[in-house]
Design a protein around this ligand. Sequence first.
Ligand code: MV4
Length: 445
Amino acid sequence: MFKKILIANRGEIALRIIRTCKEMGVKTVAVYSTADRESLHVRFADEAICIGPPPSKDSYLNMHSLLSAAEITNADAIHPGYGFLSENSKFSGLCRDHGIKFIGATPEHIEQMGDKANAKDTMKKAGVPTIPGSEGLLDSIEQAIKIANEIGYPAIMKATAGGGGRGMRIVWKDEEIEGAWNSAKLEAANAFGNDGLYMEKYIEDPRHIEIQVAGDQFGKVCHLSERDCSIQRRHQKLLEESPSPFMTPELRDKMGEAAKAAAQIINYEGVGTVEFLVDKHRNFYFMEMNTRIQVEHPVTEEVINFDLVKEQILIAAGVPISGIDYYPTKHAIECRINAEDIYNNFRPCPGKINQLNRPGGHGVRVDTHIYAGYTIPPYYDSMIAKLIVFAQTREEAIVKMDRALGEFIIEGVQTTVPLHIQLMRNKDFISGNFTTAFMNTFEIK
Ligand code: MV4
């Protein structure tokens, strides 16, 4: 087992990882920018090293500062959390070169899954359902028009280096292709330094359902059921839950097997997530594979009663997994609490938290690094807490979330708490009748 893990992250996820390390008897090293001196991850780690000034590129993304911090503290592993360097193949490779275990995917897996057109081709070979479209990248506007006519409109052009909806264009007729091609290529080149595009049939108003998987160093894989992440706004998830209200036992088995085939074909090691689009007929299609621990992992932890960060660390240390699949025995919902003004286009609201009351009671979990008197710095993303509830049924979980949100008092900054309270009382949310389009028409009161 590792003796000491450096956590190359900040905020709630750094604290989350430190908690599991402590329970496993593993020492921890926190790293922090000068903006995060007063953060709880710094206080609760065994050691803490300042790695630079506030901008991420000079601190949490500074590979050489992080590796130096690991070397001077004698850390034998680095946990990258999510975001920052968690899916950076260069950093994963540098850790390997320095004899430090990267608790995440290998550079090969990150590159293989980071190129979406290539990932899709790999999954097609594994028998995982994929959306009809181009084979690999498009090489001309003429070819794009030809393929769009073969698969039928509407079609979508996507950046192969994409994610988060950037470099993505929906097209409804031949005349729109040239403009979409030019603007998607420009956007992708600017955002990713890679203007490769591929094309797919456009699935209207799908659900976003993802399967958690784990694979060990001995080729064994298992799935840990699904999360429904359809409640999102401009590609930012607002709320996730498990199980999905749209799921059936048959669909779960089919998607679980597909996700395992995806992990199996690349010999995946660690925990990962296979994202699917699911249409109204319950056809499902591979979308992307994430090679990191995700923000929404707690909903899975609560419904299967399992510590996913502990599993990551065990797998990285070479411990075999049981190889059995996990099924939800409860219902869990996570609300992402962001310091944002929901009445002003979700504008970020950094600043000082003057008063804080954290919700509690049975079936309530709060993952956060904030406290009364904490100042939210303006340099990083605006998520300040995750409120997770779990109960025997979805109905009970919704009531419990509404109750817990009411207890979550955060004074000094605006937050998304009032939005989540409205969601818990929305009849379409309550009935499970929603897709990724839900927030497009949701009226904030
Ligand atoms: C799609 C799609 C419909 N059809 N692909 C958005 C982010 C990117 N990773 C993939 N995305 C989509 N791809 C086809 N062929 C609809 C979306 C999409 C979406 C997907 C998941 C969650 C939220 C979404 C919101 C808008 C569009």
